[in-house]
Ligand binder design. Structure first.
Ligand SMILES: Cc1cc2nc3c(=O)[nH]c(=O)nc-3n(C[C@H](O)[C@H](O)[C@H](O)COP(=O)(O)OP(=O)(O)OC[C@H]3O[C@@H](n4cnc5c(N)ncnc54)[C@H](O)[C@@H]3O)c2cc1C
Length: 542
């Protein structure tokens, strides 16, 4: 990748993840716009990145920031593992590829919280702008965009049983979670192209790499954003052990994700002044909300032995590998979590609060635990959390990971949703459709009978579904960090553009909405730049 870096660019984009790749590609469509994209990770070379079923093999490797939370008070003080992509493509290069936009109501709520332009009808065009939908265009979908949204090339028989078993339990079939309603059960669509992962890098950045006005620097870890008075004008970063600084003549665009974006703001003296002073960091802009409002989707794994040898246990056999490499088909084209359902655990809820994922495989402890026999599992997940956590600095050292406090289940109603989810998973596992397959329950296990038993199981085993968001939220309340144009309150030439700006985490997987945020941001930035150029021209006339 390019290593010759100029001393200044129009835009410096920090982080080549789901959002950063979109911004870099969209802004440099204009050949007169020069952008530098800094990425702490490297090239997406690992073979497991492209192979859908191998995503968990990337955990705790060089392409993972390999974060852990602080001891979680409601989870037996366990420190939870949080993978995050550290590679071109960011977390979209290591995720499970499920394409879910969220409930229309999520975005209408964002707008009602004081963010004009973010209602569902306002953001739908941006979802569609990105999209190349395998099923063709419709009111909700589009073709011709860079991001391939595909039906799964491989669907396991257990997944078909899950869909049938759920309908037996009264859950309506939903062939498209990204259309009029999210409720119901169905197969997921995935960000794959011809059976291979289609990350934000693959879809947006790779086709733009040849542009002379785009410089991409990998292994470049941003350490500070420099301000002059209230204007961001330069970024400091480490590259191959040496410190560098590059100027941005128009804007600095922070796309480092829900953990690292607030961390970099704090390191730059932008955040709660009292907390920064305690760490010996000079406060340059007191903004109490930086790092607050962190939200995530917790999940627990409910597992069963499978009476028939049909699970993904042997997905990586030599014959399957050869089949995949030759045709991009077969079990290795599975994203493991092949299907799911969205369900309201109380009838009066405005949107589903439970997402129940299904995988024809043993998946416990992020896939690190294995089982010698065929097995399958459900992942009841809370998608409308009331608990909030925070990202905070441990020290002023930019290379030291931030402290992550998820505070899962600090709001008591959050735990109840997953308890209901475990019960629903059990009912589906004992439906007629699963009769040929369901063996002994592995976890929580038959000894867990009462709600109290299930709560204890969840406290002992809950993990992240990998969707942290909200830590630099958009809005106008005292904890808001950016306005509805994603500009940092009180500063100029500095925006945050990634999952951290969500005022509330969407009720579903977070990759598609993050890409949408960046698509919209690109238009906001271009409009701002055009207006500024016009102003300069006008003032020149005077
Ligand atoms: C294991 C896993 C499974 C998931 N499964 C799904 C799924 O199936 N479907 C779905 O919709 N969502 C899924 N998600 C969530 C989704 O991928 C994320 O919400 C989304 O990728 C977030 O995008 P982002 O741009 O905010 O951050 P990221 O994509 O994480 O990008 C941040 C980028 O910034 C870089 N960076 C950070 N700090 C610095 C720095 N100081 N200097 C330079 N670069 C820096 C990082 O290396 C990274 O490349 C999953 C996530 C994970 C981790």
């Amino acid at each position: 990748m390019t290593t010759s870096v100029h001393s200044e660019y129009d835009y410096i984009i920090i982080g080549a993840g789901s959002a950063g790749c979109v911004l870099a590609a969209r802004l440099t469509e204009d050949p007169h716009t020069r952008a530098l994209l800094l990425e702490a990770g490297g090239q997406p070379r690992a073979r497991e990145i492209a192979i859908p079923a191998a995503f968990s093999k990337l955990f705790k490797t060089a392409v993972d920031w390999n974060y852990s939370t602080e001891p979680e008070p409601q989870l037996q003080n366990r420190s939870l593992y949080w993978p995050r992509g550290k590679v071109l493509g960011g977390s979209s290069a290591i995720n499970a590829m499920i394409y879910i936009r969220g409930a229309a109501r999520d975005f209408d709520d964002w707008e009602q919280l004081g963010n004009p332009g973010w209602s569902f009808s306002s953001v739908l065009p941006y979802f569609k702008k990105s999209e190349h939908q395998q099923r063709g265009p419709s009111d909700f979908h589009a073709v011709g965009g860079p991001l391939h949204v595909s039906d799964l090339r491989y669907v396991n028989p257990l997944t078909r049983a899950f869909v049938a078993g759920s309908t037996e339990q009264g859950i309506a079939a939903n062939p498209d979670f990204n259309a009029a309603s999210q409720d119901g059960v169905g197969l997921y669509q995935v960000t794959q192209k011809n059976g291979r992962r289609h990350s934000s890098y693959d879809a947006f950045l790779a086709p733009a790499l040849h542009r002379p006005n785009l410089t991409v620097l990998t292994q470049a870890h941003a350490t500070r954003i420099h301000l002059y008075r209230n204007r961001a004008f330069a970024v400091a970063y480490l590259h191959r052990g040496r410190s560098h600084q590059t100027r941005a003549t128009r804007e600095v665009l922070l796309c480092s994700g829900a953990i690292n974006s607030p961390q970099l703001l704090l390191l730059s003296g932008i955040g709660p002044a009292d907390e920064l002073q305690r760490l010996g960091i000079t406060s340059v802009h007191n903004l109490p909300g930086v790092g607050k409002n962190l939200q995530d989707h917790p999940m627990v794994s409910v597992g069963y032995l499978c009476k028939q040898p049909v699970s993904l246990r042997d997905a990586a056999s030599l014959s399957n590998l050869a089949r995949y490499l030759l045709t991009h088909r077969g079990p290795l084209a599975s994203n493991v979590a092949e299907a799911g359902l969205f369900h309201r655990t109380r009838p009066n809820l405005p949107v589903p609060d439970l997402q129940l994922l299904f995988g024809p495989a043993y998946y416990r402890n992020h896939g690190f635990d294995t089982h010698p026999e065929h097995a399958f599992g459900f992942g009841p997940t809370l998608i409308t959390p009331h608990s909030h956590g925070e990202i905070a600095l441990r020290s002023s050292d930019p290379l030291m990971p931030a402290a992550i406090r998820a505070n899962y289940f600090c709001a008591p109603e959050d735990l109840r949703v997953i308890v209901e989810g475990v019960k629903l998973a059990r009912a589906i596992a004992h439906s007629n459709a699963f009769a040929p397959y369901t063996g002994a329950e592995l976890h929580p296990g038959p000894q867990a009978r009462t709600d109290a038993d299930l709560e204890a199981f969840i406290r002992a085993e809950a993990q992240t579904l990998y969707h942290p968001a909200g830590s630099c939220k958009m809005g106008h309340d005292p904890l808001a960090v950016v306005d509805s144009q994603l500009r940092i309150h009180g500063l100029e030439s500095l925006r945050v553009v990634d999952a951290s700006i969500m005022p509330r985490v969407t009720a579903g997987n977070t990759n598609a909405p993050t890409i949408m945020i960046a698509e919209k941001a690109a238009d906001l930035i271009r409009a701002h730049s055009t207006a500024a150029t016009g102003e300069t021209r006008d003032s020149g006339k005077l």
